[in-house]
Design a protein around this ligand. Structure first.
Ligand code: SF4
Length: 249
């Protein structure tokens, strides 16, 4: 993934689109594998030790997620596709305006979010709300807020690649349905899992990227700002860019 520049060539765009398509196909393959494992696990719980039953036939099963927001949310709320489902209290799907121009994506729910079933409601959430209201001059419910994984990783650890990839189809479908003009990723994990780029957050924050029909600006996670208040200045600069892009396309 490269920063925007006027020198973008058609060849680069075609190659980039092909790479994104391959990445999407890999994500859907991961989802299919997770569904298959889940069905085998259910058969095991029913007492099967060996089975020649094919739990899901690729050619006959539709793996597409619902195109309707409430149906998608319902599917996620009943999801047990990864290990995180075993320790969560609530699935934290996301909240806000489902037609928002601006979307914030964090890493995963923390303890407060897990107990309330809402994203960014703890101390980090208070700070994010202040950033939205005081810098962007928007109401919190005018943007859409979600995370890379919808269930809390135990002890707030970073989601594993397997967990992030298993959950990713929900996020990609949310983005497809909301159709934001701009996404702000909060923290290095969210940026990395959404873009596939492993560049560190300190290097990449504040840079503008273009992918899949939306602009993307990575910045620090509010929890990092709580531990390092001096970094608020940099986030303030990032959000000024976001504001300008929303107001002046
Ligand atoms: S984190 Fe995502 S994939 Fe894992 S159980 Fe929760 S909703 Fe399902």
């Amino acid at each position: 993934m490269k920063p925007c520049s006027k020198a973008h060539s058609t060849t680069w765009k075609t190659a980039y689109a092909r790479k994104e398509k391959l990445r999407y196909n890999a994500i859907m393959r991961n989802l299919k594998n997770a569904l298959l494992l889940k069905q085998l696990y259910q058969l095991k719980q029913l007492g099967y030790r060996y089975t020649n039953i094919t739990p899901c036939k690729e050619e006959s099963t539709s793996f597409t997620l619902p195109n309707e927001f409430e149906a998608l949310k319902k599917q996620a709320i009943n999801c047990h596709l990864c290990e995180l489902s075993k320790t969560r209290q609530h699935v934290v799907f996301g909240e806000g305006d489902i037609h928002a121009k601006l979307m914030f994506i964090g890493e995963g729910p923390g303890a407060s979010e897990d107990s309330m079933g809402r994203p960014f409601v703890g101390r980090s959430g208070e700070l994010l709300t202040k950033m939205i209201e005081n810098v962007l001059h928007l109401k919190r419910d005018a943007v859409y807020i979600t995370n890379i994984v919808k269930c809390r990783p135990p002890n707030n650890r970073v989601p594993t690649p397997s967990e992030a990839h298993t959950c990713q189809p929900y996020l990609l479908k949310q983005i497809e349905l909301v159709k934001p003009k701009l996404i702000v990723t909060l923290g290095g994990t969210a940026y990395h899992y959404l873009t596939g780029d492993e560049t560190g957050i300190t290097k990449v924050r504040g840079t503008l990227h273009q992918q899949n029909g939306y602009m993307l600006i990575p910045t620090y996670h509010p929890s990092y700002l709580l531990r390092n208040p001096s970094a608020k200045r940099e986030v303030f600069e990032d959000l000024k860019k976001v504001k300008a892009l929303l107001e002046n396309p």
